[in-house]
Design a protein around this ligand. Sequence first.
Ligand code: SDX
Length: 428
Amino acid sequence: MSEIAKIELEGKFYEFPVITGTEDEKAIDISSLRSATGYITLDRGFKNTGSCMSAITFLDGEKGILRYRGYPIEQLAEEASFLEVTYLILKGELPTREQLANFEATIDKHTLVHEDMKRFFEAYPAQAHPMGILASMICSMSTFYPESQDPNRSKEMFDLSINRLLAKLPTLAAMVYKNAMRHPFMYPKNDLGYVENFMYMMYGMPTEEYTPSPVIAKALNKLLILHADHEQNCSASTVRIVGSSQANLYAAISAGISALWGPLHGGANQAVIEMLEMIQNDGGDLDKWIAKAKDKDDPFRLMGFGHRVYKNFDPRATIIKKACDDILDELGVQDPTLAIAKKLEEVALNDEYFKSRGLYPNVDFYSGIIYRAIGIPTEMFTVMFALGRLPGWIAQWQEMLDNNDPIGRPRQVYTGAVRRNYVPMDER
Ligand code: SDX
């Protein structure tokens, strides 16, 4: 017998169905609440509100569990390639060797961007933030491929838009970096793997041979997998709600990139390094900065700490922290901010303020240290996050359409002025 939830309002009882997910998570389906009772719910930041049913990613914040399509992140990060995980997230199953080879060949066909897109870079100021450029570039793709704007286009055309996006984001991300360095753009080399090709376009120069370091490629592959999806986070929810109006995929993903940019979300990886450098330049007095983070009157927060869902530990942070030690050892890199990060973590995790609020290092706390060790500039860190999150955003968008989810349009509780008449100008 299916469970029901009973609510009493003004002496009347109402019943609503309870939905149980495959991991025994429970939800009260309130889709008939307003028509039955005239009431709505209020939940600022949607901390207790489910927006959809999804089969892509499962996470358990209390137990520190994260799985893509049922596969534990720890196994995928260790064993799989990023395009293999991209295939899994998009299609729901791990690819056979042949399926992966065909997928890789399809992506390779679309790695070049339209030559006219190079002209955008002439207009941006030299210090333009890469995320501002990337969000614009991705939305502009819809103008170069106008057929992508047709919400009723065929499945083949849907898949073409998806494959163009997966193939061109690394090329555009590398162009953003080259533009910032005032270096010549590098064209993709499709005989390289997805990650290695990105490295070639980022670090290669037309004047010399470039061979991607397998150590760095392995670290990047792991980081991209760890960022590939995270259920209904801020940017994925943004992609869903923009896509729910039948705006095209490129516009929806561009909106996701913009949401990710915020320092409370994906922009935290840049903010963490800037925070660690600030603490280092300030003399490394950790107690001072921990006190500031705890002070309600001080806007300073411990960037890279805390999470809406993980109130124990972020499994990705555990993997990245270990990868930090490995990659810095393998590259022979000494990064003083790593020592500060580890000390900061140790002090915070023994402090009642952080423990009582379930504030632990999240995915962004250590990732920037790896990006820096492999030569990625700080302002490109969130671009790297977007590169990893792209398959998740696309899969969330696709699932929203496949499930015929309605256009997203929340209600509100009005707190403004009640009805009043217009006052002529001379009587105000
Ligand atoms: C990502 O959602 C996802 O899945 C996101 C993500 C993904 O993969 O898509 O995991 C990626 O965005 C990770 C988070 C990166 N952001 C940061 O590291 C920024 C610093 N962290 C915070 O701003 C904060 O922890 C959030 C935004 C991550 C979560 O905020 P919540 O869930 O809205 O929690 P909250 O702000 O209500 O905080 C609860 C309490 C408050 O104190 P009280 O009012 O109860 O006294 O904890 C405090 C907060 O002041 N708090 C912090 C803190 N984070 C929360 N205090 C100091 N430093 C912090 N970092």
